[in-house]
Ligand binder design. Structure first.
Ligand code: C2E
Ligand code: MG
Ligand code: MG
Ligand code: MG
Length: 284
């Protein structure tokens, strides 16, 4: 009995695994077709300069409008796209689209693009970035690349020269999701990042919790001491904004300023008085 049960279980797992494989193949085929079928879209979320009290840039965030599944969030396909290497083609598309969109914006508005580790290891990122900028006639000074520490963990020796080459061209490099990894602090000394983006998990309790406030205060001081611009992600309330204004925080990003919006909405966001349009906020 035991033997035949074992075989049944084996068959069951084999069937299960095959179903999984088929799902993955279907997803891969869908993803492969998505670029050509123009199913990807970039949404833009404002980066808000606290001392100037206006939008100083936008982060490009990819959206996948799947014909059957509807809007698919990046968390549900970016990790898979990284695994199967499709992120290289998708990333190239993102760079091109983001640069050509940004070329339509005022000259003092930057664009931030997320870059995965795979783009460093299995493609010529410097060339792809150069081509995207040239095609759009966008100044490299207006482009920021956001990387997470996983990019550095992957292969520091390979990644550092690429980062330096990009930086030499005037492109700015930000460390994204700062504080969430295993060893964010040690990576701060391995490359002169232009900016750190403190992860939204650190902002949640800053208004009500003294310890959370103290940690935020310390991270901002650290970034400042290292000569990096400091952005806080995930700011959702006026109280959080007010608290961060009192710290040496340079920039915020979050639903309180705006959710990520389609490219068409960028001119409107820029025209709002509080975001740098006609009537500036009275300073207090
Ligand atoms: P990220 O780069 O850290 O982007 C910030 C994420 O936080 C975005 O999620 C944004 O919508 C969300 N967010 C912004 N403000 C708030 C807020 O106030 N509250 C809350 N709860 N969330 C907020 P999204 O768009 O779902 O993107 C998730 C992640 O997917 C990104 O995290 C990034 O790691 C990745 N991603 C997005 N677009 C791209 C891309 O073009 N290429 C690559 N490689 N990764 C991308
Ligand atoms: Mg980012
Ligand atoms: Mg982030
Ligand atoms: Mg984050």
């Amino acid at each position: 009995h035991a033997k035949s049960d074992g075989r049944k279980r084996e068959r069951f797992f084999a069937g299960e695994m095959e179903a999984q494989m088929q799902l993955r193949h279907a997803l891969e085929a869908d993803l492969r077709a998505a670029i050509e079928k123009e199913e990807f879209e970039l949404h833009y979320q404002p980066l808000y300069d606290l001392s100037q009290r206006r939008i100083c840039g936008f982060e490009a965030l990819i959206r996948w409008n799947h014909p059957i599944r509807g809007r698919v969030a990046p968390i549900d396909f970016i990790p898979f796209a990284e695994e199967v290497g499709l992120i290289v083609d998708i990333g190239r598309w993102v760079l091109r689209r983001a640069c050509s969109d940004a070329a339509e914006w005022p000259e003092d508005i930057k664009v931030a693009v997320n870059v995965s580790a795979t783009q460093f290891s299995s493609s010529d990122l410097t060339r792809d970035v150069g081509e995207a900028l040239a095609t759009a006639s966008l100044s490299p000074l207006r482009l920021e690349l956001e990387i997470t520490e996983s990019v550095l963990m992957e292969n520091l020796g390979e990644v550092l020269p690429i980062l330096h080459a990009l930086k030499e061209r005037g492109i700015r490099i930000s460390m994204d999701d700062f504080g969430t990894g295993y060893s964010s602090l040690s990576y701060l000394s391995s490359f002169p990042f232009d900016k750190i983006k403190i992860d939204k998990s650190f902002v949640n309790d800053i208004v009500d919790n003294k310890e959370a406030h103290a940690i935020m205060h310390a991270i901002i001081l650290l970034g400042d001491a290292l000569g990096m611009r400091v952005t806080v992600e995930g700011v959702e309330t006026a109280e959080q904004l007010a608290l961060l204004e009192c710290e040496e925080c340079d920039e915020i990003q979050g639903y309180h300023i705006s959710r990520p919006r389609p490219a068409l909405d960028v001119p409107h966001l820029l025209s709002l008085p509080r975001n740098g349009g006609a009537t500036p906020l009275p300073s207090h």
